[in-house]
Design a protein around this ligand. Structure first.
Ligand code: ATP
Ligand code: MG
Length: 430
C-alpha cells in the first residue's frame, strides 16, 4: 500500500522556484513535461527550509535512467550499484535519480543484505513513498515540486525540522546497523544544522559504534573528512567522543592523549579543531593532513620513545614509529598518500624546529611544508608541550630582513652545524 504524503504549500514557508538552481529547475520541468513526476529532494529542500543556501540540488523522478538519457542530450549514466544520471546544464551537473525501493522488500529475489544486517545492494526501483522511507533522517526526506509549488512529506520531516529534531526514519538500531555511516551523518547534521538528535535515535548510537569497523576504510576516511572540514570540527569531535566513535575511528587519540587533554580547551586536539573551524570561517584553505598530524602525534611520539629506549637511534626511531602508526591507522581509515606525505614532513620537521641548527634554518624556511610545521609547533606551544621562546624565534626570523636573518642564524649557539657546512662547501669547490 502506498502512503499518501502530507502536502504543504511551499510559498507559505518562504520557498519559491527562484530559490532553486536554474539547471535543476529546468530538469524538473522537462521531466514533468514528458509526463513523469519529478521533484527536488534531500539536503537542498532541508537547507532551503532552514534559510540556508544548499550546496547542490538533487532531483528524483519516477522516470528510469534510460528515459532520462533520452530526455537530456547531456546525461551520463553512472553508478554500478544503483544507476543514476548526471545531467549537465551549462556549468552545473545535477544528479537525477529514480525513486528507489526499500531494501529487503524486493519480491524479485534480490538478496540485499549481509548476514550482519548491512546493506550491500539496493538497486531496485520503487515509488516516492519507498524512496522517502529508505532515506536516513526525516529532515532529509522532504520533496519539493517547484511546478506544483508544494512540499511532500511522508515521514514527518517538516514537523521535525520546525521542532529542531534530527530523527532517524524507521527503527534506529536497525538503520544504523544497515549503514553505520549514518552514525557519523547524525553527528554531522546535528552540529551543522543545530538539530537535537531525537532520544529514540540517539539511544542505540553508543552501542552501534562497533558497526563502524565494518565500513570500508576509504568511505570512513571520506566521512571523517566531512566531519573535520565542514566548519564544525569541534562540535563534531565532541559528539563523536561522547558516543565513543573516536575510540573506533581514531583509537590513537584516546589511547595516547591523556583523557583530560582530549576534550580540554587547551589540549592539542581541541586547539587544532578550533583553529580548523576558524580557518573555514575565514575562507582560508585547509589541509586535512594538519589535523591528522595532530591526532596521531602522541602515538608517534610514544612509539618513537619506546623504540629509542630499546636502543634505536632517535631519527630512525621516529621514522619507524611513523611507519608503524600509519600502517595501523590505514586498516581503519584510508588516508591518501598525498596526506601522509605531508604528515611525515610536519612530524619530521618538529625536531629541526626545536634544535635550530645553523645549517638547517634556511633550508627549513624554504621547505614547502614549513608553514604547516611551524603552525603545528605553535599549537604545541599553546598546549604547553613545546618552547615558547623557540616559537618566538621562528616567528621573528620570518619577518626580518635578509641581513638580520643571517645575523639571527649566526647568533645561534653551537658550531657543529657551521663546521659541517664549511666542509661541504669546500668539497663542492672544484
Ligand atoms: P549535504 O548538505 O551534506 O550534502 P545531504 O542531505 O544532501 O547533505 P548527501 O550525502 O548529499 O546529504 O545525500 C543526499 C540525500 O541522500 C540525503 O539527504 C538523504 O536523503 C540520502 N542519503 C544519503 N546518504 C544516506 C545514507 N547513508 N542512508 C540513507 N539515506 C542517505
Ligand atoms: Mg548533498
Amino acid at each position: 500500500m502506498i502512503a499518501e504524503p502530507r502536502v504543504i504549500e511551499a510559498r507559505q514557508h518562504g520557498i519559491s522556484p527562484s530559490d532553486v538552481n536554474p539547471g535543476a529547475l529546468k530538469i524538473v520541468h522537462t521531466i514533468q513535461a514528458a509526463g513523469f513526476s519529478a521533484e527536488l529532494v534531500g539536503g537542498c529542500v532541508r537547507d532551503l527550509l532552514l534559510g540556508q543556501r544548499p550546496k547542490d540540488f538533487d532531483v528524483v523522478t519516477e522516470a528510469e535512467p534510460d528515459t532520462i538519457q533520452n530526455l537530456f542530450r547531456r546525461a551520463r549514466l553512472i553508478g554500478r550499484r544503483f544507476r543514476l544520471a548526471h545531467v549537465r546544464m551549462g556549468r552545473e551537473v545535477v544528479e537525477v535519480s529514480t525513486y528507489r525501493a526499500l531494501p529487503n522488500v524486493g519480491d524479485d529475489g534480490y538478496e540485499v543484505s549481509e548476514g550482519d544486517g548491512r546493506i550491500l545492494r539496493d538497486n531496485v526501483f520503487g515509488d516516492r513513498d519507498s524512496d522517502a522511507r529508505r532515506r536516513d533522517f526525516s529532515v532529509n526526506a522532504l520533496y519539493y515540486d517547484p511546478v506544483g509549488g508544494v512540499l511532500l512529506d511522508y515521514v514527518g520531516g517538516f514537523e521535525d525540522l520546525n521542532a529542531g529534531i534530527l530523527r532517524m526514519i524507521g527503527e534506529p538500531a536497525r538503520r544504523f546497523r544497515e549503514d553505520p555511516v549514518r552514525l557519523l551523518r547524525a553527528v554531522r547534521f546535528s552540529s551543522r544544522l543545530g538539530l537535537i538528535i531525537d532520544t529514540g535515535t540517539e539511544a542505540p548510537m553508543p552501542d552501534a559504534r562497533l558497526f563502524l569497523q565494518k565500513v570500508p576504510p576509504p568511505r570512513l576516511f571520506d566521512e571523517s573528512l566531512k566531519l573535520l572540514q565542514n566548519g564544525y570540527a569541534e562540535p563534531n569531535f565532541r559528539l563523536m567522543h561522547r558516543y565513543g566513535f573516536i575510540t573506533e575511528l581514531l583509537p590513537e587519540i584516546t589511547q595516547h592523549y591523556l583523557a583530560a587533554d582530549v576534550v580540554s580547551e587547551t589540549g592539542l586536539v581541541m586547539l587544532a579543531l578550533r583553529s580548523t573551524d576558524d580557518r573555514v570561517r575565514m575562507g582560508k584553505p585547509l589541509n586535512a593532513a594538519f589535523l591528522y598530524a595532530v591526532f596521531f602525534w602522541r602515538a608517534v611520539c610514544d612509539q618513537a620513545s619506546r623504540l629509542t629506549e630499546e636502543g634505536g637511534a632517535p631519527v630512525q626511531s621516529l621514522h619507524r614509529a611513523i611507519s608503524v602508526v600509519l600502517t595501523d591507522a590505514q586498516s581503519r581509515l584510508t588516508i591518501p598518500r598525498r596526506l601522509t606525505a605531508v604528515m611525515f614532513d610536519i612530524w619530521d620537521m618538529q625536531r629541526h624546529l626545536e634544535k635550530r641548527r645553523k645549517n638547517m634554518v634556511t633550508r627549513l624556511l624554504e621547505h614547502r611544508r614549513f608553514r604547516a610545521a611551524y603552525d603545528f609547533y605553535l599549537l604545541r606551544v599553546a598546549s604547553g608541550s613545546a618552547d615558547q621562546a623557540i616559537a618566538d624565534w621562528w616567528t621573528d626570523i620570518q619577518k626580518v630582513s635578509v641581513s638580520s636573518r643571517l645575523q639571527m642564524i649566526n647568533d645561534l649557539a653551537g658550531g657543529r652545524g657551521s663546521r659541517r657546512r664549511r666542509k661541504r662547501r669546500r668539497r663542492s669547490v672544484k
